[in-house]
Design a protein around this ligand. Structure first.
Ligand code: NAD
Length: 500
């Protein structure tokens, strides 16, 4: 028998008993995995096991790919008109709306993010993303191209086929929506592997996908480990495209596996070490609030976190004082407490990694201006941490920490801060704070990053593309741009009278 999740939420903000199947989801059915083993799901508040889900294996990847291929060639892909695909995506968005609080509660339990942020950010973003792509499903047309009166030429945007999608744990549901939305809108079928650390909301979605009527095999969801199931998806010869969200380290492996197998098309959404530049003339209060959100939102577990905060000398002391007050006031607590802003980090491994970075900052001579310690005695909470007096070659300045740890760096000169901001292997996001819009835009244009925020940070929208320069990734998610990575362009030449 496949596993089932059963949990009685009795919290200040959400009370309900939830039950749903958590098996390997292939062809709209939940089954046990090939090895009949399970994966423990851990509560980040306590480190204790919440539940077990069926573990998928490489043999299950074979089953899932066969199901996705069959669906693509029969009920989906070119055999299902865009308007019908759009209807199903709209229905899925409505189903998510119906289960808004349930999804948010499970996301919060599984990941450690607060219930209120799960609702306000993750759920809203995921639902609007599915709706956005529902709208695109019947609007992604090719072009007709005028060449001569003897020729009719046009292009078709054909779905790529079976897509492997592998995602991270920091925004499980939202990342899933970013993947499913454009893939399903364009007519691709999917084999999706969520992170083994946060499998639960993806499995709730599996039930909804079946309930709203997606044909069997269009979406298959496998909870398995990266080095087994993830690796097999990346190297599978019958997967036409892979879209990956995760670390740069694993992104490299994905690209290598794709190259060594069938040269499948690859989209990579990877890590970041984003600069956040505050000029002397910035609105201090706003710059402080956004910068705090930039690094401490989602406990610093955001790929686009503004983790390197460059502050101009004239405003530096006042900024640091206010920023420190703001960070010190962050309420750490149980994710289901009404006013908690920061819950526990996702796992023991992440907790250890972040504490190791904090230790390296201390030992390499940076000053711990705030925090730098564990919070509480159990679970994975870490105090919001600010480092000052850093040097450019320190690990905390160069590497992605993926936790609530920011470095504040003083600068004087505009040219110099642009050079420092770009002195990184990453290029995911960036932010500039200034009341001088000419300067803000000039600097934004020179930052080597896929996103440049001006007088704000971490504001995303389903219609605006997101992705990285340099080693932060390849390709774009969201917006019209994401459709390109799920379609092949075919040029059709029709002879209207040209004789040989
Ligand atoms: P990770 O790279 O360790 O894992 C990501 C996914 O890849 C997981 O599902 C994992 O099981 C799988 N995986 C691991 N090894 C694999 C292998 N050899 N082959 C195939 N799959 C494998 O990353 P993580 O710890 O889950 O997530 C954190 C990272 O994700 C950070 O670097 C963060 O910046 C990045 N991220 C990027 C974006 C973006 O949009 N650019 C969004 C969220 C997270």
């Amino acid at each position: 028998m496949p596993t089932t999740f059963s949990y009685d939420f009795k919290t200040e903000v959400y009370t309900k008993k939830l039950e749903f199947p958590t098996g390997v989801f292939i062809n709209n059915e939940f089954t046990e995995g090939g090895s009949k083993t399970t994966i423990d799901v851990i509560d980040p508040r306590t480190g204790q096991v919440i539940t077990q889900v069926d573990e998928a294996t490489p043999a299950d990847v074979e089953r899932a790919v066969a199901a996705a291929r069959k669906a693509f060639e029969t009920t989906w892909g070119l055999n299902c008109p865009g308007v019908e695909r759009g209807k199903l995506l709209y229905k899925l968005a409505e189903k998510m709306e119906e289960h808004f609080d349930d999804l948010a509660a499970v996301e919060s339990l599984d990941n450690g993010k607060t219930f209120s942020w799960a609702k306000n950010a993750d759920l809203n973003a995921a639902i609007s993303c599915i709706r956005y792509y529902a709208g695109w499903a019947d609007k992604n047309h090719g072009q007709t191209i005028e060449t001569s009166e003897a020729k009719l030429a046009y292009t078709r945007h054909e779905p790529k086929g079976v897509c492997g999608q592998i995602i991270a744990w920091n925004f499980p549901l939202m990342l899933m929506a970013w993947k499913l939305g454009p893939a399903l809108a364009t007519g691709c079928s999917v084999v999706l592997k969520p992170s083994e650390w946060t499998p639960l909301t993806a499995l709730m979605m599996a039930s909804y996908i079946k309930e709203v009527g997606f044909p069997p095999g269009v979406v298959n969801i496998l909870i398995g480990y990266g080095h087994t199931v993830g690796q097999r998806i990346a190297e599978h010869p019958d997967i036409d495209k892979i879209s990956f969200t995760g670390s740069t380290l694993v992104g490299r492996k994905i690209q290598e596996a794709a190259a060594k197998s069938n040269l499948k098309d690859v989209t990579l959404e990877l890590g970041g070490k984003s600069p956040n530049i505050v000029f002397d003339d910035a609105d201090l209060e706003q710059a402080v609030s956004w910068s705090s959100h930039g690094i401490f939102w989602n406990h610093g577990q955001a790929c686009c976190a503004g983790s390197r905060i460059f502050v101009q000398a004239g405003i530096y002391d006042r900024f640091l004082e206010e920023f420190t007050k703001k960070a010190a006031a962050i309420k750490l607590g149980d994710p289901f407490e009404r006013d908690a802003y920061q819950g526990p980090q996702v796992s023991q491994i992440q907790y250890d990694r972040i504490m190791d970075y904090i230790a390296s900052g201390k030992s390499q001579g940076a000053t711990v201006h705030l925090g730098g310690e564990r919070h509480g005695t159990e679970g994975f909470w870490i105090q919001p941490t600010i480092f000052t007096d850093t040097k450019p070659d320190m690990r905390i300045v160069r590497e992605e920490i993926f936790g609530p740890v920011g470095v504040v760096i003083k600068f004087t000169d505009e040219e110099d801060v642009i050079r420092q901001a770009n002195d990184t292997e990453y290029g995911l996001a960036s932010a500039v704070f200034s009341r001088d819009i000419d300067r803000a835009l000039k600097v934004a244009h020179r930052l080597q990053a896929g996103t440049a925020w001006v007088n704000c940070v971490n504001t995303l929208n389903a219609s605006i593309p997101f992705g990285g320069f340099k080693q932060s990734g390849i390709g774009r998610e969201l917006g019209e741009y994401a459709l390109h990575s799920y379609t092949n362009v075919k040029a059709v030449h029709v002879n209207l009278g040209l004789k040989m």
